[in-house]
Design a protein around this ligand. Structure first.
Ligand code: GCO
Length: 453
């Protein structure tokens, strides 16, 4: 056995990370436009004003994808590019940009997979309280309806949210991502509920307006990898993976709070024990809205944590990686088994076709004397992770796709341009794109449906 015949191979990006044209074309400001201009927020003072200049160079980028054999392309729409104030008036220039992009993709046989929200929240809505405002689910729903109306004739695959763990957890709990707030649980728990409700409303809207639409959701969280084959370690890893902790700054980094309501129709019990008192009135009734059937469930997975059983409560603990264990440039441990155990545990619990919507690594890529970018470490990373995912598929996980993060080097949030995750190298001074070795290898992997792994 191997990957299914219709396995979805491709690559992913996100609007703020690549688009540029941040203050052009009628676009309204997003919280990232503002945050990245605040002194001290982004490494080396970078911002996404120009990024990969994709808004002006998308045709070249689509041609590049075609050359690289990318058949499925996940990108996100910038809400304030479409609706500058977040609600109300539509920016037709923004609509025209996405229409042109979608048409260019389809013209060369690339399937667009559209993420509605990958963090660039309209400033105008943040000024009204953002996700804390009980009306925020309806604002998002109206935006989703617009996307359905304008793009749904050609786009059939949508992902509602990317990593609520990060935009809530890093944006409003830890304060290291936009908008850079450190807020108490009494604010961030209602936000989480509103995001989940926004997801549910949007799924209903997309289904009502787009015949044959397929809808997914893309949260994250580091999988827990059992430290050994001992069944007690395996159980410990499973428990740890789905546990919800009550740390005010770190609580959002869990699976179950964000996925149980969506896929099982209930909040996890440990989460409720900590947080029920903060949930907005009427939350129980909202669960029926949140719990919409999904066509696929996505996870962005980069690394996992080793976990073992122990005698003290809660019965599991993190096991250290051996001294000298491999890390990527951004210092994330290289743990291919995350792409075995993560999918396995997720599929056991949620029984929904699973897509890896992001996986990849940052490395210290440079242009060599021969003018090429040689990145054997990225190829090795992807190779190992894909083998683990393949093993999960062979063990019964309904693995439907894998999207590399990222199509090209881009603005890596608080790290600015210092981390390179791309299959394609971007020279930010000239905007020249250079295909990395790993992209040529990945092309052969995709062509063979993983047989050459
Ligand atoms: C995320 C986002 C991506 C990142 C990537 C590497 O996971 O933070 O989805 O936008 O760039 O994951 O950190």
């Amino acid at each position: 056995m191997s990957f299914r015949k219709d396995f979805i191979w491709g690559a992913a990006t996100a609007s703020y990370q690549i688009e540029g044209a941040a203050f052009e074309g009628g676009k309204g400001p997003s919280v990232w436009d503002r945050f990245s201009h605040e002194p001290g927020r982004i490494l080396e003072g970078h911002n996404g004003d120009v990024a990969c200049d994709h808004v002006h160079r998308f045709r070249e980028d689509v041609a590049l994808m075609q050359e690289l054999g990318i058949k499925n392309y996940r990108f996100s729409i910038s809400w304030p590019r479409l609706i500058p104030e977040g609600m109300g008036a539509v920016n037709e220039e923004g609509v025209a940009f996405y229409n042109a992009l979608i048409d260019a993709l389809l013209a060369v046989g690339i399937r667009p997979i559209v993420t509605l929200f990958h963090w660039d929240y309209p400033c105008a809505l943040q000024a009204r309280g953002g996700w804390e405002n009980p009306d925020s689910p309806e604002w998002f729903n109206a935006y989703a309806a617009l996307c359905a109306e304008r793009f749904g004739d050609r786009v059939k695959d949508f992902i509602t949210f990317n990593e609520p763990q990060c935009f809530i957890g890093l944006g409003y709990c830890a304060g290291v991502h936009a908008p850079g707030y450190v807020m108490p649980l009494s604010s961030t728990i209602p936000m989480s509920h509103h995001v989940l409700k926004a997801h549910g409303l949007a799924v209903q809207t997309l289904r009502a307006r787009i015949p044959g639409v397929r809808v997914g959701y893309a949260p994250c969280a580091d999988p827990r990898i059992p430290a050994s084959d001992d069944p007690r370690d395996i159980e410990a890893a499973r428990q740890a993976y789905f546990a919800v902790t009550d740390d005010p700054q770190g609580w959002a980094f869990n699976v179950a709070w964000w996925s149980d309501p969506v896929l099982l129709g209930r909040y996890p019990e440990d989460g409720l024990a900590h947080f029920a008192k903060f949930l907005p009135r009427g939350w129980e009734e909202d669960l029926a809205i949140i719990h919409q059937p999904l066509d696929f469930y996505c996870q962005n997975i980069y690394s996992g944590r080793m976990t073992r059983a122990c005698d003290q409560a809660p019965g599991y603990e993190q096991a250290p990686h051996p001294v000298g264990h491999g890390k990527t440039a951004i210092q994330w441990p290289v743990t291919p088994d995350a792409l075995y155990w993560g999918p396995k545990f997720l599929y056991e619990r949620y029984r929904t076709p699973l897509m890896i919507s992001e996986n990849g690594m940052s490395s210290h890529d440079v242009v060599s004397l021969d003018g090429q970018v040689h990145d054997p470490q990225r190829q090795d990373y992807m190779h190992r992770y894909l083998l683990a995912f393949k093993r999960a598929a062979e063990d019964g996980v309904d693995a439907i796709g894998y999207l590399a993060w990222s199509l090209m080097d881009n603005f890596e949030w608080a790290y600015g341009y210092t981390e390179r995750f791309g299959l394609v190298y971007v020279d930010y001074a000239t905007q020249e794109r250079i295909v990395k070795d790993s992209a040529r290898w990945y092309k052969r992997v995709m062509e063979s449906n993983g047989a050459i792994l």
